[in-house]
Design a protein around this ligand. Sequence first.
Ligand code: SF4
Length: 236
Amino acid sequence: MEQSDFAALADTLETLPPQEILAWAVAQYSPQIAMSTAFGPGGIVLLHMLQQLGLSIPVFYIDTGLLFPEVHRLRSQFEQTFGIQFERVCPALSLEQQAEQFGEKLWERDPDRCCWLRKVVPLQQVLRDKRAWISAIRADQTKLRAKARVILWDERNQVVKIHPLLRWSEEQVWEYIQRYRLPYNPLHDQGYPSLGCIPCTTPIERGEDRRSGRWRGKAKVECGLHGPILESLHHP
Ligand code: SF4
C-alpha cells in the first residue's frame, strides 16, 4: 500500500474508539503484530484494553539499561496482575562496552547517537519479522506527534505503525486509569509526567511543558523511535 492509501484508511479509523482500532489492527496483522511500551500512562491503557478485549499479542519494551527502578517494578506488577509476559529488548552494547567505544556518558555529549544505539537499533531488530507495530503516542504530546495519523507506513522499519490513542487527550488517559484503578508509575505524581532514561529525565515545574523534563537544556525532544518517521510524512 502507498502512504496515500494509509491516509484514506486513517480517515476511517480515526472515527473509531481505541478499542475498535486495536481489534481491527490485531485482526488485520496478527500474528505479525507487536506492541511497544515504555510503561507510560498511554501504554498502560492499551495493555488494559488488549486484556479486556481478550487480544493476545507480543508486547516488548526496550531496556536501555538506564530505566528508572520504578519502571521495572511496574512491569513486574503487570506481569503478576495481568499475566502478561513482556519481551525485553536490549541494545547490542552493554553500558560498559558503549563507554569503551564512545566514551563515558555518551548521552551528555551525543544523545542522538546514544538513543540510536540504545533504542532505535534494538527497535529495528525486534520489528524485522513484524508487519505492524502498535504504539501509544498521542497527538497532544509534541508538535511532531500532532502530525501523526492513527495508521501510517513506517518506511524506516518497513512496518505499518498504528496509534490507537492518537486522538485521546492526557486527561482521557488518566480518567481511564482511574476508572479501572490501574497501577501506574508513582513518579508521575512526583513531577515526572514523561519518563525516559534516568540521565535524560528531570522533574518539571508547575506550568512547564509536560515533556520539558526530557533532555532538559538540549534541542532534542524525541528519542528517535517516532520522530524521524513522523518527520518523513508529507501531508497535503
Ligand atoms: S534517553 Fe538518554 S540515556 Fe537513554 S538512550 Fe537516549 S540519550 Fe541514551
